[in-house]
Design a binder for this molecule. Structure first.
Ligand SMILES: *Cc1c(COP(=O)(O)O)cnc(C)c1O
Length: 363
């Protein structure tokens, strides 16, 4: 059995959780603050605000930027649905810009075409661990006076042009168990803007700075100290894991490159890709899936239906035609690449894919 994802929880994480449980301070204790400080230092941001999930991170980020009813936010149709739903949560309207076929990330030219007088922000997603074309996106945002909220939920540690992702705007991370590092559930928002960070801290905690003085409408989007304790340990290990993901990806690419019917992932020039997923495009997807299943090899289809085609959006009147995203949904297949896998595992995976696509088609 080769699973598509595997959270790596070691003795250190277990000990850290027991420490918190023993301390009696399960929430709003020392660990959350310390995790925020270490995470901010790790990504090179001035502030980090811990929250309950990647979804609430995106929600809080939009609220803190003042995005609301009557506003539009441009995002990608090819992502986990939270990237767009957070825009609906604040009463704003998502507008979808198609993706770049070689990287599956939002296409800056398509972003520019979606700008209207109501546009307030661009929400690019560093999908699969690959940085978006942030230099082009930042130039567009600058020209039109738009905020940038980076969905880095799949991109802990990714870089572009020598800069960490997240450094072009306000960035949101997820620590769900399948992500590059985990706290069970959890999220983080980073920003260099301390006024924004203060606002985010209030929104996550019922609009409160001083105990029981509620200055704005807020929520309970807090992270617990149990989660933060796990995160503190994971943060010391994630660079090594990302390195292993890159090695595993390179092994797969070495074996799959040039195989007819399989398009291996491309890395954007100047990018450090952290391979949250290793995603190929295959012509005979059902057949490859059957071969992987027969050998107990896990796989994923991220994402089988683009966001604008989901019922939630259709019933809100979305009828966009976004051919690159739609074609990607029909062909993508993510193969196991996580750091617990060995060189032999990578060979098993690649061999199964190669055998499946080379099998003669019976008609
Ligand atoms: C996982 C993920 C989210 C949401 O994070 P949760 O912690 O599951 O709420 C948002 N965007 C993307 C791209 C993700 O992969």
């Amino acid at each position: 059995m080769i699973p598509i994802a595997k959270p790596l929880i070691g003795e250190e994480e277990k000990a850290a959780v027991l420490d918190v449980l023993g301390s009696g301070q399960l929430a709003q204790g020392r660990c959350v603050r310390e995790f925020e400080e270490r995470f901010a230092a790790w990504v090179g941001a001035r502030n980090a605000v811990a929250v309950s999930s990647g979804t609430t991170a995106l929600h809080v980020a939009l609220l803190a930027h003042g995005v609301g009813s009557g506003d539009e936010v441009i995002t990608t149709p090819f992502s986990f649905i939270a990237s767009a739903n957070c825009i609906l949560y604040v009463g704003a309207t998502p507008r979808f810009a198609d993706i770049e076929s070689e990287y599956y990330t939002i296409d800056p030219t398509a972003v520019e075409a979606q700008i209207t007088p109501r546009t307030r922000a661009i929400l690019p997603v560093h999908l699969f661990g690959q940085p978006c074309d942030m230099e082009a996106i930042a130039a567009i945002a600058e020209r039109h006076g738009l905020a940038i909220i980076e969905d880095a939920c799949q991109a802990h540690g990714a870089r572009l042009a020598g800069r960490p992702v997240g450094s072009w705007g306000t960035a949101c991370y997820s620590f769900y168990p399948t992500k590059n590092m985990t706290t069970g559930e959890g999220g983080m928002i980073t920003t260099d803007d301390s006024v924004l960070a203060e606002r985010m801290r209030m929104i996550r905690e019922h609009g409160m700075r001083q105990r029981y003085v509620h200055e704005t409408l807020g929520y309970n989007f807090r992270m617990t100290d149990v989660q933060a304790a796990i995160g503190l340990v994971q943060l010391t290990r994630v660079d090594g894991w990302n390195e292993q993901r890159r090695r595993n990806a390179a092994l797969l690419t070495a074996q799959l490159a040039g195989v007819s019917g399989v398009k291996t992932p491309e890395v954007r020039p100047g990018a450090v890709h952290v391979f949250h997923q290793y995603t190929v495009a295959v012509e005979q997807r059902e057949r490859v899936i059957a071969a992987l299943t027969a050998q107990a090899i896990g796989y994923g289809i991220y994402y089988p239906i683009p966001i604008h085609r989901q019922q939630v959006y259709r019933e809100r009147g979305y009828s966009d035609v976004l051919p690159v995203a739609e074609a990607a949904s029909a062909r993508v297949l993510s193969l196991p690449v996580h750091p617990a896998l060995t060189e032999d595992d990578m060979k098993t995976v690649a061999d199964a894919v190669i055998a499946a696509v080379r099998e003669p088609v019976l008609s």
